[in-house]
Structures are given as C-alpha cells and as structure tokens.
Ligand binder design. Structure first.
Ligand code: SDX
Length: 429
C-alpha cells in the first residue's frame, strides 16, 4: 500500500486501488473497481479480511481486547451506565443529558405493551417449541401489527420502529418464556426499570406479589449492556443485508434472530451450559479437552474462541465478575457447573493448544452460568442475547439506511461447477 492507494497486479495488468483510513483500526483497500479493471473477484469466505461498511457505532481491537461503543469503553459503560443509556448512545451517538435520558426512558417504557391480538399468535406454537423458534415467528409478524412504522425512507417511522423494537422485545421474550412453561402472560409495569420489568414479566405469577431483587436486576441490566452491539458480527451483517433490500425493520430483526440462534454465534451460551452439564465433573475435563484438540472430532469447547478477539474478550471478564455477584447474592456456593467452568478456564488459559490457537473464554462462557442462576432455562439464553442485541441491530440498520454508499448487498462467487453442457434425454443417460 503506497500512500493512499494500493497496487494490485493481475493478468499482466497493475491497477491502483484507493485506500481509506478510519479514526482507529486497520485501513481499508477499496476494491469496488477491481472486477471492472481486472476481471477478477476477491475471495474471502467468512469475511476474515473484508470490511462491509463504514461505521461509527462500535470498535473492537481483538489483539488488545478492546470494545468501544461510540468511543466509550465497555468496562466504563457496564460499571457506570444502564442499558437504556447505552441504547440511547448506540442510537444517537452521544450519552444523553438527564432530560434526554428521562424522555428516552419514558418513551421506551410507554411502548412496552404489545398489541393484544399478539397473545393469540403464540397459541399456534407447541408449548415445547424452542423459544427462539417462537421469537423468529412473533418478531417477524410484528410488521403485520405495526404498519405505521415500516416506511424505511421516513426517519420518523424508522425511529418509531426502533423504539418499538427496543421496548417490546422484553415483553415478547417474557411471553415466549411464559408460554413455554404454561404460565399466564404478565403485563409490563410502567413504574419499573427496564431490567426489573423484564424479570417481573418472566417470574411473577398472579397468585402473589413479585419484587425483583435489585442486585439481580442490576446484573440483568449489565448482561444486556454486554450483549448490546458487537460490530459486524454474523447476525448484525444479516440484519444489514436484509435491510439493504428495503425489507421492513421487523423482518430484518427477525432475520438477525434466526442467525443469532446458531451455536457458533449467539446459541453458544446455551451450548456452553449444555457442554458443562455433559462434562459433569472436573475429573472428565481432560477427556473433553482432548476431543477439542482432535482434528477428527467435530467437538469444540463452546464458549471459547472468537473470530476477532485473539486476546481475552473484555465482556467475559465483566461477565465473570457479574457471575460471582449473582451467585453470591443467591448464596450459591458450590455450583458444580461453576466448578467445572473455572477448572476448564484454568486449563484452557494454560494449555499450549488453546494458547497457540488464541482460544480464550468469550462472553458466552460465563453468561450461561449466570442466566441459569437467575432462574432461566438454557432454552431462554439465546432469547436474552437477542433481546439485548436488538438495539445493536437497530442502530446498525439505521446507520446502513442513512449511508449514501450502501446499496443492495449482492456478493459474487468462484464457480467450480460443471461447464456448459447440453441436455440429454433420459433414454440416453
Ligand atoms: C459470539 O462475531 C462476534 O462478535 C460474535 C459475538 C457477538 O457478540 O456478536 O461475540 C458472539 O458469537 C461469540 C462466539 C460464540 N461461539 C462459541 O463459543 C462457539 C465455539 N467457538 C468456535 O466455534 C469458534 O471459535 C468461533 C466460531 C467463535 C470462531 O471461529 P473462527 O474465527 O472461524 O475460527 P476457526 O473456526 O477457524 O478456528 C480457528 C482454529 C481451528 O483450528 P485449525 O483448523 O486452525 O487447526 O481454532 C480451533 C479450530 O478448530 N477452534 C477451536 C474452538 N474454536 C476454534 N477448537 C476448540 N474449541 C473451540 N471453541
């Protein structure tokens, strides 16, 4: 790369490609004219070296274990802020003043109810349906209930849809949980904060009063903060790609939920806890570590490794602290899974294989233990991840629509199939 350009030589020709520098982080080589000038595509399955957009929302330095939201370190936001403040920051780009925060909290709080007809929507699902399957269906159906906020060219409608998504996801997630366990839905209460409201909608029953434990509410709120946004991860890229066709915001978020469900992505918190349960005891850890190292064994240590973090996931460190706060508050001392988790982490951080592959515990490693202690079944773990990530998806979706450079996403391919050939009648095959 010389100066502000990079030379690419191919097929006897050399083309000069412009480069761009961001505020911090790697420069990019703009390859938009590469195919026109060389007749060749780039090839990057998994997009390990590909930037899909310019963004001001989140910055990650995987080598340094840094995560910034609009420039603010995740450690400071998790320590001093609350989730709705982080939502405001992600959506509008600045931390809110007291007046702005109060107004935003009021607007979100007063959008938490869902159309009453939606409660009938759940009855089409089996009670034992995975809550993530329910979330994909119900969130995708929101566009059937809220026609007045689907015109993506209208900034006001985009912001109404954004607020509705942030406000209604806890209500829908709690309804998915209540339907799953056969209990009646609990309506939101406007005098509760976001996390307390959610815990009450999940765990209150009509037969008795419910007051959320403030330590657990704070932990829930912090878990939401830690999962709010994470640059151009798989589900965010899915939302951006769906949005690039002009699809309505509810359909785009439903696409993000579907992608997040995968065990390599947001489904890892559920898979990590199931793995800890399968390992069962500290004595069996070496057997599973050997399986993880075995190239012929598809087993992976769920909750370990990350495409970007080749150092410790800063969220995992905060999550570990939150885990101990929650277990301490609940008086859970000898949690067998935590014992296995702590020993597995100790081994992974000292074992040559994991050090060489840079496989550190990621956020999903600890979140599963905490969510289980809070009373959620493993099937709800990725639902909670989706609830929190909705603000990140929505902020990135708005940024994409407002980006004059963005157009419908349509990657090309390297074709390795059959060359052109003529049809042969079945009698001749
Ligand atoms: C999330 O992108 C994001 O930002 C995602 C996320 C977010 O907030 O949006 O951070 C949330 O998805 C966190 C990741 C949760 N997933 C898991 O915990 C599942 C287990 N982890 C792996 O599946 C894997 O580490 C990925 C998917 C997370 C990353 O995969 P990469 O970057 O494609 O790395 P890779 O699969 O090419 O692995 C590199 C090497 C391989 O060995 P070699 O082929 O080079 O010999 O490391 C090995 C892998 O076999 N490896 C593991 C491993 N993860 C990678 N070996 C054992 N256990 C693991 N967990």
């Amino acid at each position: 790369m010389t100066g502000n350009s990079a030379d690419v030589s191919f097929g006897g020709k050399t083309v000069e490609l412009p480069t761009r520098s961001g505020t911090i982080g790697p420069d990019v080589i703009d390859i938009g004219t590469l195919y026109k000038n060389t007749g060749a595509f780039t090839y990057d399955p998994g997009f390990t070296s590909t930037a899909s957009c310019e963004s001001k929302i989140t910055y990650i330095d995987g080598d340094e274990g840094v995560l910034l939201h609009r420039g603010y370190p995740i450690e400071q936001l998790a320590e001093h802020g609350d989730f709705l403040e982080v939502c405001y920051l992600l959506l509008y780009g600045e931390l809110p003043t007291k007046t702005q925060k109060d107004d935003f909290d009021y607007r979100v709080t007063h959008h938490t109810m869902v159309h009453e007809q939606m409660s009938k929507f759940f009855t089409g699902f089996r009670r034992d349906a995975h809550p993530m399957a329910v979330m994909c269906g119900v969130v995708g159906a929101l566009s059937a209930f809220y026609h007045d906020s689907t015109d993506i060219t209208d900034p006001h409608q985009r912001m109404v849809a954004s607020l509705r998504m942030i406000a209604k996801m806890p209500t829908i997630a709690a309804m998915a949980y209540k339907y799953h366990i056969g209990q009646p839905f609990v309506y939101p209460k406007n005098d509760l904060d976001y996390a307390s409201n959610f815990l009450r909608m999940c765990f209150a029953v009509p037969c008795e009063e419910y007051t959320a434990n403030p330590v657990l509410s704070r932990a829930m709120d912090r878990i939401f903060i830690l999962h709010a946004d994470h640059e151009q991860n798989a589900s965010t890229s899915t939302v951006r790609l769906a949005g690039s066709s002009g699809a309505n915001p509810f359909a785009c978020i439903a696409a993000g939920i579907a992608c997040l469900w995968g065990p390599a992505h947001g489904g890892a918190n559920e898979a990590a806890l199931n793995m800890l349960a399968e390992i069962g005891s500290v004595e069996r850890i070496p057997e599973y570590v050997a399986k993880a190292k075995d190239k012929n064994d598809p087993f992976r240590l769920m909750g370990f490794g990350h495409r970007v973090y080749k150092n410790y996931d800063p969220r995992a460190r905060i999550m570990q602290k939150t885990t101990h706060e929650v277990l301490g508050e609940l008086g859970i001392k000898d949690d067998p899974m935590l014992e296995v988790a702590m020993e597995l982490e100790r081994i992974a951080l000292t074992d040559e294989y994991f050090i060489e592959k840079k496989l550190y515990p990621n956020i999903d490693f600890y979140s599963g233990i905490t969510l289980k202690a809070l009373g959620f079944p493993t099937t709800m773990f990725t639902v909670l991840f989706a609830l929190a990530r909705t603000v990140g998806w929505i902020a990135q979706w708005n940024e994409m629509i407002e980006d004059p450079e963005q157009r419908i996403g349509r990657p090309r391919q390297l074709y390795i199939g059959a060359p052109k050939r003529d049809y042969t009648p079945v009698s001749k095959r």
